[in-house]
Design a protein around this ligand. Sequence first.
Ligand SMILES: NC(=O)c1ccc[n+]([C@@H]2O[C@H](COP(=O)([O-])OP(=O)(O)OC[C@H]3O[C@@H](n4cnc5c(N)ncnc54)[C@H](OP(=O)(O)O)[C@@H]3O)[C@@H](O)[C@H]2O)c1
Length: 372
Amino acid sequence: MRDGVFVTGGTGFLGSYAIARILQDTELPVFAMVRARDRAHALERLWEALQLNLPDEDAFWALQPRLHPIPGDLHAPRLGLSDADHQRVMSEVDSVLHVAASLNRKSPRSCFNTNLRGSLSVLKLASALAAAGRLQRFTNVSTAAVAGKRQQQIVEEDRSIEWDRSDYDPYARTKKFVEHMSTELLDDALVLTLRPSSVLGDSRHDACWITDMVRAFCVLADLPAVPLDPDVRQDLVAGDWVGAGIARLHLEPELPHHTFHLSMGANAPTGRSLAAALAADGERLRFVRTLADPFHVLMRALDRLPRSKAQQIGAVMKVFWPYMTNDVVFDNQRASAILGPPPRFEDVCPGMVRYARSVKRRNVRVPLERRR
Ligand SMILES: NC(=O)c1ccc[n+]([C@@H]2O[C@H](COP(=O)([O-])OP(=O)(O)OC[C@H]3O[C@@H](n4cnc5c(N)ncnc54)[C@H](OP(=O)(O)O)[C@@H]3O)[C@@H](O)[C@H]2O)c1
């Protein structure tokens, strides 16, 4: 990869980590497609997303010569790119890093529109680059959830997709089909598939992106009794390792495989090991596994309430419940051999919980000050 990288999803959690790494570790230009009114608005949105990964606003401006915000939308024809931006992408880009998605597991419509219809438009752009002889790589950030409903397994990359297996939700189902579309529509050799497991926290500092998964983790940690089996493994992996992994693998010229799990794998923590890590902060987690079924019923009932704080907790817990109870982890030997092993999540979670509580489980962002 010697030319620009076209990136979708740069205003999100993992896309922003990946963009920051590409800009900081290489000299490559990044063309970041952002839902925005115009270029200035796109730049503001990128700053809001990237600031966790940059020391200050000056560092953001210093990256400007190579960070090109492009207003666009996965739902729009030709991604909503202007003629000028489209032309620029076609002549200055030689790889596509597709990170954007709808993670709205409750909405088949949103997953269909964004993950299927939107990804098809990104693939059409990548195909046009391939037809012009420019495309070096198309990286699809997928999800370990494409492995579908399972119990007590370590899933390997090549045994993940099984078309007869049921999926957890529309999100997993549509992401699975995007993997299929990518290799059907592009030369297999150009396609790289990266499948993160459940990503949360940051091993470099307490401050982290507050995702629904972080909220779910904190809700459980705050309960007087955690309704889970403490010996079930939880494939939780830090955002900075995954973000750096996406950037590095996307740019690595020769790779031994076309699919990688970005996950904790066999070293995934259990509830028990996480509780031990949190105990250093004075947290006392008590597990009562017999409460699992009643808790699940309660969360489903909360999710049916009119929109409220309780309903939101129910919705989040309901979505993540299968991931917390099924004891399924995703083998990470391929990625670890190249990136080094991920940081122990037991070392990440105390800072993450402290930080999430300090910001009341909301993302705190500093607006862009200086106009150029
Ligand atoms: N986070 C995890 O634990 C996890 C685990 C496994 C896999 N993944 C995968 O990693 C990728 C990134 O996830 P994330 O956690 O970073 O999600 P996120 O924070 O919700 O970010 C999603 C990104 O997609 C963009 N997007 C959504 N709809 C769009 C549209 N119509 N047009 C243009 N952009 C659109 C969002 O833009 P706006 O800012 O405009 O909404 C945002 O930049 C996804 O493909 C997801 O499946 C994530």
